[in-house]
Design a protein around this ligand. Structure first.
Ligand SMILES: [Fe+2]
Length: 221
């Protein structure tokens, strides 16, 4: 029998009276009365299906629990950092100013979309491994290793610097995580770290770095 650390869901308790739904019953005209959704069930909920930080062995993918646990922990770090970088691109897409506005405005949004796709790929790998993917902004903010930018609007060279720093943090982690996955025999996670995360981040570093130029744009010399 496959071992799992996830607790099975208990039977749901009764919902609060105030929001209890009316039982569907045939109306006097012969039609079924409308059923109301039951709200606020989370305040009276049983144990969660699976606790964050645990790893289920439910899917038979040929990896032991220790390997899955290590990969899930590393992938959740990559996920939190990738979500943060994705959102940093959107912030800069909205707030960019200057003579390179149009180029950067478009480039930032392209990179946002690509990071967004990567977020989904990482999160689904975590679920395949039997883990629980971090998702909400509150939790991502606690987990990410990318420094928090101010809410203020910043000049384009500062935006570029922040993005390159964030890419480098992800890439350094990714090299470590890829090696760990390789040594543990988790080829799928190693492939994701190298083929998806590393390749995309390196490519985006190239495109963003080409905007680090010291050229007078307003005055011909
Ligand atoms: Fe836009």
């Amino acid at each position: 029998m496959a071992k799992t650390t996830a607790k099975p869901a208990a039977a749901p308790k009764a919902a609060p009276k105030a929001s209890a739904a009316k039982k569907a019953a045939p109306a006097s005209n012969g039609q079924t009365a409308s059923v109301q959704p039951i709200l606020n069930q989370q305040f009276n909920a049983p144990a969660p299906l699976q606790k964050y930080g645990t790893v289920s062995q439910r899917l038979p993918i040929g990896l032991d629990e220790k390997t899955r646990q290590q990969s899930v922990t590393n992938l959740n770090q990559l996920l939190a950092d990738t979500i943060t970088l994705r959102d940093l691109y959107k912030k800069h897409h909205w707030q960019v100013v200057g003579p390179t506005f149009y180029q950067l405005h478009l480039l930032y949004d392209k990179h946002y979309e690509e990071q967004s796709t990567l977020v989904d790929t990482i999160a689904e790998r975590i679920q395949i491994l039997g883990g629980v993917a971090v998702a909400m902004a509150h939790d991502v903010a606690e987990l990410t290793s990318i420094p928090r930018p101010p809410r203020d609007r910043e000049e384009a060279p500062i935006q570029v610097g922040r993005l390159l720093e964030a890419h480098q943090i992800i890439l350094k982690n990714c090299h470590d995580f890829a090696k760990q996955a390789d040594e543990a025999g988790d080829d799928g996670t190693n492939d994701l770290a190298v083929s998806d995360v590393m390749r995309l981040n390196e490519l985006q570093v190239w495109f963003v770095s080409e905007h680090v130029v010291d050229t007078p744009l307003a005055r011909a010399e």
